[in-house]
Design a protein around this ligand. Sequence first.
Ligand SMILES: Cc1cc2nc3c(=O)[nH]c(=O)nc-3n(C[C@H](O)[C@H](O)[C@H](O)COP(=O)(O)O)c2cc1C
Length: 207
Amino acid sequence: MKKLICILTAVFMFLAVVGCGGGEKKAEKKEAAPAAKQTGTETKKAEAAPAPVNGKVLVAYFSWGGTTRKVAQTIQEKTGGDLFEIKTETPYPKEYGPTTEIAKKEKAENARPKLAGPLPDMKKYDVILLGYPIWWYIEPMAVKTFVEEQDLSGKTILPFATSGGSDITGSVADLRKALPNSQIKDGLLANSTGFIDDWLKENGLLK
Ligand SMILES: Cc1cc2nc3c(=O)[nH]c(=O)nc-3n(C[C@H](O)[C@H](O)[C@H](O)COP(=O)(O)O)c2cc1C
């Protein structure tokens, strides 16, 4: 009888140990799973990086005081694109105050100031880097004239702006509304030039 009890105890203990061991293995497997998932996510992140934008590049910009012009010239050098300055037929005053008043009125009236021509032949370009200062929280109305006056459907547009502190998102939303058949990428607020290279690289435009 004693022998039987000993054998039964031994069998019970053996089963208990094997059973627990299996549980540990399962737990190990469960813990390993997130690591595998993480690797998958990293791979996905790399795959989800924006596809490079190829094609002939135009850097078109409007500038009143010269700040956006400097950024546009830098971007032109870094991309090797063609450079075009958007100018109004009637130039804005040299003084800041009167210019802000005209710009305010143009925005309120949803005006489309006439541009000085000729405009570039858009058929030559697939990608347009579009630069402007922020005027009353959005792009100047002359930029609206520029994008509406020609057929930009199917083109990729990368807005960039300078400002006294306002961000670029309002103008990007505005451009997306005006150009539903173009691909408007997220814009770059270029008040500091430090991010230009990364932005161009992300979009496959850095020479
Ligand atoms: C008419 C006008 C309106 C402006 N409106 C804004 C604005 O709403 N928000 C802002 O941050 N800066 C505003 N600014 C400042 C300009 O965006 C900023 O100085 C810009 O860098 C000027 O670029 P530019 O030298 O190429 O013209 C305004 C400037 C002008 C002349």
